[in-house]
Write a protein that binds this ligand. Structure first.
Ligand SMILES: [Zn+2]
Ligand SMILES: [Zn+2]
Length: 412
């Protein structure tokens, strides 16, 4: 996994002739029937993370900005293409620019009080705890691997997920709302059929560099008309309002489908597919630890309430792999036994031949068991090579706990 690309907070635009007063989002907010009296305040406290800001997601965030949210995160690694003009709500001058940045700047101009962040990254490259501080997640991408990853992260942290999609040929819009109340809740992959799994295979190309990393190819572009994308965005935002303000009957774990050929809309229940191969695991978030790297894996397991000596206790440090041994110029493998940054291929120098020790994938573990750590489990992470640890994941086989240090890529 590459180093985390920075997620940048967008600054308000400087306007010629001084700042124009920004209206309060409450100025046009209706009195929703049976809605909360403090709807504007509730929206003003809401933090929404949006994955995919293209023809659908780009419009969703512009609507959300108009609701005066507390913060908006826009995640999309792609740039606008010339064809984007046909389906996206963009100015032709934006072609060639990054979707996340351009759209984030527009959101900030609409709602200067909202903290707006742009990330030119894939969801897979976000910090492991990126979803932990959001109140709600919006998903609008055609990339199936990204859908699975977003679903998995929402289940982990129990975040409601609103997914919007279009099917141009049938003039159909679908908006799914996943409640993620517990591990038995449905996820986006629960509904995948054979076709989706086949398409996922086509979208994923396995890298031949020996790293075993799967590279996701660009998915096919959305074939749709602009109005259908816009309809999907509008219906998705309506569901966001329903969830955030608890308007009407609960829409959690439902799919709303509108078909432009029949002009009919149907709402159906989403259910967990018992055979869904995607991970459905809930994580507990431990109180933040200021000096996380001063803790040892054994300390953390005790805080988590796990048995540090149990064979089923496992650890993972975000951004690091546990390296058992590597190869140098000497004939025998050299013991390394420490955490090494994921991107790094070398782990120090051999004390005998002085050549650098190359990390070998088979002796490298993303998840390391207490048994493998052995006595090292009693050492502070900083002494084990992970002084820069931001997040540590622990599991006892049944339960997972995430420990976090304060860091600058957190959703404020
Ligand atoms: Zn599932
Ligand atoms: Zn050597």
């Amino acid at each position: 996994m590459p180093e985390h690309a920075p997620i940048i907070e967008v600054q308000p635009p400087r306007r010629a002739g001084g700042n124009v007063a920004s209206p309060s989002a409450a100025a046009r907010l209706p009195a929703f029937i049976a809605g909360p009296a403090d709807a504007a305040a509730k929206l003003g406290a809401l933090k929404v993370l949006t994955i995919g800001v293209g023809s659908v997601g780009g419009r969703v965030v512009l609507h959300l900005a108009r609701l005066g949210l507390a913060s908006l995160w826009l995640i999309d690694p792609k740039r606008f293409k010339a064809e984007s003009i046909l389906t996206h709500d963009i100015d032709p001058r934006s072609v060639g620019k990054f979707k996340a940045q351009v759209t984030a700047r527009r959101c900030k101009a609409i709602s200067p009080a909202t903290r707006v962040f742009a990330g030119r990254v894939r969801v897979e490259d976000l910090p492991v705890d990126a979803f932990a501080d959001a109140d709600l997640v919006v998903l609008a991408t055609d990339n199936l691997a990204a859908e699975i990853e977003v679903g998995r992260r929402c289940v982990r942290f129990g975040k409601p997920l609103v997914q919007a999609a279009v099917h141009g040929d049938t003039l159909t819009v679908q908006v799914r709302v996943f409640g993620n109340a517990d591990q038995q809740s449905p996820c986006p992959a629960c509904g995948f059929g054979e076709g989706e799994w086949r398409m996922l295979n086509d979208q994923v190309r396995f890298s031949c560099d020996g790293s075993g990393a799967a590279l996701v190819q660009g998915a096919l572009p959305t074939m749709s008309v602009s109005s259908l994308c816009s309809l999907a965005a509008d219906l998705a935002v309506n569901q966001v309002l329903r969830v955030a303000l608890a308007l009407g009957e609960s829409v959690l774990d439902t799919c709303l489908e509108y078909c432009g050929y029949t002009n009919r809309s149907v709402s159906s229940r989403l259910v967990r597919n018992a055979r869904c191969p995607a991970e459905h695991a809930r994580w507990r978030i431990a109180p933040e630890i200021k000096f996380l790297s001063a803790c040892s894996p054994a300390d953390l397991s005790r805080v988590a309430g796990f048995d540090p000596a149990s064979a089923s206790t496992a650890f993972a440090v975000e951004g690091f792999n546990w390296v058992e041994s590597g190869m140098c110029r000497c004939a025998l493998p050299q013991a390394v036994r420490c955490f090494v940054p994921e991107a790094r291929q070398r782990a120090g120098r051999c004390s005998q031949c002085r050549s650098s020790i190359r990390v070998q994938p088979i002796f490298e573990h993303q998840v390391v068991s207490a048994a493998l750590l052995g006595a090292a489990a009693g050492q502070p992470l900083a002494n084990l090579g992970a002084a820069a640890a931001r997040c540590v994941w622990l599991s006892n086989g049944d339960e997972s706990v995430l420990f976090r240090a304060p860091h600058d890529q957190r959703l404020p």
